[in-house]
Structures are given as structure tokens and as C-alpha cells.
Design a protein around this ligand. Structure first.
Ligand code: BGC
Length: 373
């Protein structure tokens, strides 16, 4: 049985009273089915985002192209059964945690105690373990102001081998400037690694419409963190200049992807973390990436407070999974740009720390801004 609730009128009234008619006046529609809620946020420009409290997953993002035609640019499914039963679960649209990306051999030490995680990506731990934050039911509510959805999850001490009760909150806000703002907040009662990220696979041509190799990517990063053959960083942060990893100026994703390069071999293509150029603004919101798709004119700009970004170009997609429109998700049929701290930081003393202490708060923000030209 599905109950429906529309907050359109409320949120518009709020926006008028707050004098913010053109800032944040997205309407939120809620559907409930058992423990699962689906939230559809619609802004004044017609951009529509559908998400669920299962895995804090973004299920679809309807974005206008240069002619105003809406297309769904996020890979995924239109029903819960597919998220639960798909043979392969590539983290479509989810929040990954407690630790996004890899921890070498699933081990780390905090204050002399060694912790062991499940090796779910041999020989390493990936994306929080067997049941990471992408596979749990979050508690969802529409924000009091009516334009955002707040999702909370308590990860208990010892869950997936991690120390400390970790209280997490992820807020998705849709603005009338066509931005999806993702705010992360967490506290713990024991020191623990934390690295939350958003794992949407984008295809700005529309999900299922072939590969993303023609998209032009700019990464605001002069350095990256090369990896070993198991995708664990070596600890070095060389310059990208003169390598296929140079995206400092917009470049088609496919341009250098088949070049002879050990790092591309290890990743099966791009599956690496770039060190963002923060221009001295560590911890502040700065531009991380820009992607432009020439045939539709759609553009995505990503800003973040995080120091790194994982650019993964769907190397493990192989056409077996079919998405919501029934079209196969072909090799490199979507790309992820996961804002984050660097992979394996708990074992890499030279990387910015990912250990959250009980007296501190984990605060992070990433903004996905869509446009067309
Ligand atoms: C990782 C890939 C991994 C993918 C899972 C990405 O964040 O970098 O190596 O295969 O997630 O879908």
C-alpha cells in the first residue's frame, strides 16, 4: 500500500515567506512502501531527483538538455527489487561508507588496536564491507523547510568491524539553481575511520544511451594517487602533466584511455583518486570537476569540501545489467566522480587523516550542479 504526501504548497509558501522564491523551493513528494520511502524533489526549473532511504540511493535525476528535453542522467533501477536482487551490485547512486574506497587487506590500527574488516574486494576491503551504508535502511524525513530530505543512520560499534557507534546524517537538497547539495554530518563515541561519498553513475546523454567516452572531463587537479595492481595507493602523488591522467583542461574521457600505461592497466581504465587543487582553501567548497556532453549540451559541475575525487569510468560494467529503461549498461556506460579523502588513508601516514575522534564532528559538502549549453 503506497501512501502519498505532497509538500508542494507548504514549501512554496515557505519560500515566499522566506523571500527565497528563486533559491530553494523544491517540492518534495513522498511515497511509502513498508520501511522504504521514495522521495521525489522537483525544482522550479523542472529538474527532478528521485531518491530512497534504502542505501540513501539517488534513483534518477531528470535534467533538461540544451533544447529543454528532460533525460535521466543517473544509472539505476525504477524498483526496489532490482536494487536488492541484481546479481552484481555496483553501488548505483548510493552513499558508500563507513569508508568509501579501499582499505588495504582490510586492516588498520588506531591507538595500538588492530581492526579487521571483511575482504569483499580481494585482497582488500571496499566501500564499507559486505553490508555497507549502500545496503542499509536509513531513516528519512523531509526537512522542516520542505526542500530537502534528511537521511540518518546509526552504524553500531563493531558493525562491519569498525569501532564506535557512528551517527550519520546525509541531507539532499535540490535548489532552483539546478544543484543537488549533499551535506554529510557524523559523530562517533570511539575513534574511527570515516570517508563517505556519493556513488551515482552519470551518463549525460541519458542512462542506457551507450558509453561515456565522448564526454569532456575537466578535473581541477595537478596530481593523483597512483596505485598498485590491487588498486591501493603507492603513497606517491606525482603530477599528471604529460600522462593520460591530465584532465586539467577539458578532454574527452576516451582520448587517452587506451594508451599504453601501467596505471590504466591496473584500473582497467580510469579508476583513480585525484588530489584536488584547493588553492589554499583546505576544507572549503571548491570546484573539483566539470563534465560536458557535446551531443545534448548537458553539463555537470562538482564542487566539494573534500581533498580528493575518485574518477571511475564504469570499467566493470559489461552490458549484463539492464537499467530502468531496459537498455543494457555497456562497458563504460556511466562514470562516477566520488568526492572523498584518499583511498587507504588509515594506512597512509602522508595522506590527510580520515580518523574521526569522539570530540570532533565529521562535516563535508558536495554540490552537483547541472546546466546545458
Ligand atoms: C571503485 C571501483 C569499484 C566501483 C564499484 C568505485 O568507487 O573505485 O574500483 O569497482 O566503485 O562499483
Amino acid at each position: 500500500m503506497i501512501a502519498r504526501r505532497t509538500l508542494t504548497v507548504f514549501s512554496l509558501l515557505f519560500a515566499l515567506f522566506a523571500g527565497q522564491t528563486l533559491q530553494q523551493a523544491a517540492a518534495v513528494e513522498v511515497e511509502t512502501s513498508g520501511d522504504i520511502q521514495y522521495y521525489t524533489l522537483t525544482n522550479q526549473q523542472g529538474l527532478k531527483v528521485k531518491l530512497t532511504n534504502f542505501g540513501a540511493i539517488i534513483m534518477s535525476i531528470m535534467v533538461p538538455d540544451r533544447n529543454g528535453k528532460l533525460g535521466d542522467v543517473a544509472l539505476g533501477y525504477d524498483n526496489m527489487a532490482s536494487y536488492l536482487n541484481a546479481v552484481d551490485k555496483p553501488y548505483f547512486g548510493a552513499i558508500v561508507g563507513r569508508y568509501g574506497n579501499r582499505i588495504a587487506k582490510g586492516k588498520f590500527v588506531i591507538a595500538g588496536s588492530e581492526y579487521s574488516l571483511a575482504i569483499n574486494n580481494p585482497p582488500n576491503s571496499l566501500h564499507g564491507g559486505v553490508i555497507g551504508f549502500d545496503k542499509v535502511v536509513w531513516t528519512g524525513k523531509v526537512a522542516d523547510e520542505g526542500e530537502a530530505v534528511v537521511l540518518s543512520y546509526l552504524s553500531k560499534d563493531g558493525e562491519e568491524g569498525y569501532p564506535g557507534n557512528l551517527n550519520c546524517q546525509v541531507t539532499y537538497t535540490l535548489t532552483d539553481d539546478n544543484e543537488i547539495v549533499v551535506d554529510y554530518l557524523a559523530t562517533t563515541d570511539k575513534a574511527t575511520p570515516i570517508n563517505l561519498t556519493q556513488h551515482t553513475y552519470f551518463n549525460l546523454k541519458g542512462e542506457g544511451n551507450g558509453n561515456i567516452l565522448g564526454h569532456q572531463l575537466m578535473l581541477n587537479a595537478n596530481r593523483y594517487t597512483p596505485v598498485n595492481e590491487t588498486l591501493i595507493p603507492t603513497g606517491k602523488t606525482p603530477e599528471v602533466q604529460g600522462t593520460p591522467f591530465d584532465f586539467t583542461k577539458p578532454k574527452a574521457i576516451g582520448k587517452d584511455i587506451n594508451k599504453e600505461n601501467e596505471q590504466l592497466t591496473f584500473g582497467g581504465g580510469y579508476d583513480h583518486n585525484w588530489v584536488l587543487d584547493k588553492g589554499g582553501k583546505t576544507g572549503e567548497l571548491t570546484l573539483a570537476a566539470k563534465v560536458y556532453e557535446p551531443t545534448t549540451g548537458r553539463q555537470l559541475e562538482i564542487s566539494t569540501t573534500e581533498p580528493g575525487i575518485q574518477f571511475y569510468c564504469g570499467n566493470f560494467l559489461d552490458g549484463r545489467l539492464k537499467g530502468k529503461s531496459g537498455k543494457p549498461y555497456v562497458h563504460r556506460g556511466g562514470f562516477c566522480l566520488e568526492t572523498q579523502h584518499f583511498p587507504d588513508s588509515p594506512n597512509q601516514p602522508s595522506f590527510p587523516s580520515t580518523i574521526l575522534q569522539p570530540e570532533d564532528e565529521y562535516v563535508s559538502q558536495t554540490v552537483f550542479k547541472f546546466s546545458a549549453k
